[in-house]
Design a protein around this ligand. Structure first.
Ligand SMILES: [Zn+2]
Length: 68
């Protein structure tokens, strides 16, 4: 553990019911953590936290182009 690994990517579309944990806007990216938790990010916050997200994610769902 602790090594940086490439997260699994699923091009799942999130729905309007998925809301950013930070600001409540519609989420475009769901991040699953090794701990089993899930975080949701809007486009703005996905970009703002892209580096951290790539560090902690074991699985990414949604618009992963936001992280590049
Ligand atoms: Zn947000």
């Amino acid at each position: 553990m602790g090594a940086v690994s490439t997260p699994v990517v699923e091009n799942t579309r999130l729905t309007a019911a998925d809301r950013c944990d930070r600001c409540g806007a519609q989420a475009h990216l769901r991040v699953r953590l090794a701990s089993g938790g899930t975080l949701l990010f809007c486009a703005h916050h996905a970009r703002a936290h892209a580096e951290k997200i790539k560090e902690v994610a074991v699985r990414l769902e949604g618009d992963t182009s936001l992280l590049s």
